[in-house]
Design a protein around this ligand. Structure first.
Ligand code: PHE
Length: 339
């Protein structure tokens, strides 16, 4: 039996040498130390030995059992730590690698300009209103003193939809919608898309944005219009900006004016931007035509008012020095990132 014990020890140690993973280690442990393991069976057979041999064999087998157990435990823990090390290496985070950078969104220059203009007029007591982009002929034209045979309609051709509605050619219909639901005194602005049958070039686009303003009260005069627009121009283009009103025509205002500001580049001396004129046109305006008041049921004897409308892209182009309106709509990040 001594010899069997020796052999068992040799083979166990030899097999342990070849172990490289926890699973085969466990299989080996069961083969020797499990309930039917070789060593377990050997220990059990001691009771069949002659009585005088039993203590010595009991001691020897027990020692081997303890030794093997120790070896198994030792190998198991070294296998486990090797495993953990490998895992740590695989999952390691290299904090020196460049990270993934996220592009931060920002406002489109047209939106940013619009927000700035709204801010100015809010400060002057104008309330923000809105209206639909798909309008009726009545709101877009008739109520604004532009009956269907009026030549002014030619300049504002647009897409007509089935059922007689159309893509609004300006934000002025929101004047009518607001007056229909409000009694004077009234100060409103509104902004949004407008559409015209224009071929796109550096300064035209078939879709663009407008900002509209309207003030109605007793004794509102052209002086109020000038004061409000001057304050607007000063806040948007700087306090040195001068304003010029040129007589013009709109069916819904009388008198009407085109409003210019002194050139943002040369200050009025004349340069390529202002075609050497020193002035830049920025909006249309005028005193509300009595016919418009009649259309919404306001008494033109009692109330007067002014209205103005400007292209937001135009303002943005002057503010940021952009020379082609089409850049706004191309979604070219190289352009948009500059604002
Ligand atoms: N609606 C006019 C246009 O689009 C601008 C305007 C608005 C003029 C209000 C006068 C008063 O051309």
């Amino acid at each position: 039996m001594d010899q069997i014990l020796q052999e068992l020890k040799q083979s166990a140690l030899a097999e342990l040498e070849t172990i490289s993973d926890p699973e085969s280690l466990e299989a080996l442990r069961v083969a020797y130390l499990g309930r039917k393991g070789r060593l377990t069976l050997l220990i059990r057979s001691i009771k069949e030995l002659p009585v005088e041999d039993r203590p010595r064999m009991g001691k020897a087998t027990n020692q081997l059992k303890i030794e093997l157990q120790k070896r198994f435990d030792g190998i198991l823990s070294s296998l486990q730590s090797r495993d953990a090390e490998r895992k740590a290496k695989e999952e390691a985070i290299d904090v020196t690698l460049p990270g993934i950078s996220f592009l931060r969104g920002r406002k489109h220059p047209v939106a940013a300009t619009l927000d700035e203009i709204i801010e100015v007029f809010s400060g002057l007591g104008f309330k923000l209103e809105s209206g639909p982009e798909i309008e009726t002929e009545y709101y877009n034209f008739d109520a604004l003193n532009m009956p269907s045979d009026h030549p002014a309609r030619d300049m504002q051709d647009t897409l007509y939809l089935k059922g007689g509605s159309l893509l609004r050619t300006h934000t002025s219909p929101v004047q009518i919608r607001t007056m229909e639901k409000t009694q004077p005194p009234l100060r409103m602005i509104c902004a949004g898309k407008a559409f015209r049958a224009d071929t796109a070039d550096a300064s035209h686009s078939p879709m663009f944005h407008q900002l509209e303003g309207l003030m109605v009260d007793r004794r509102v005069t052209l002086a109020d219009l000038k004061g409000i627009l001057t304050e607007f121009a000063h806040q948007i283009f700087g306090r040195n900006t001068r304003l010029r009103f040129r007589p013009s025509f709109f069916p819904f205002t009388e008198p009407s004016a085109e409003v210019d500001i002194s050139c943002v580049v040369c200050g009025g001396e004349g340069c390529p931007l202002c075609s050497r004129r020193g002035w830049l046109e920025i909006l249309g305006a005028g005193m509300v035509d009595p016919e418009v008041f009649k259309a919404v049921g306001y008494d033109p004897e009692k109330y007067t008012g002014f209205a103005f409308g400007m292209g937001i892209e135009r303002i943005a182009m002057l503010k940021y020095g952009i020379n082609d309106i089409r850049l706004f709509y191309e979604n070219d990040l190289r352009f948009l990132h500059q604002f």
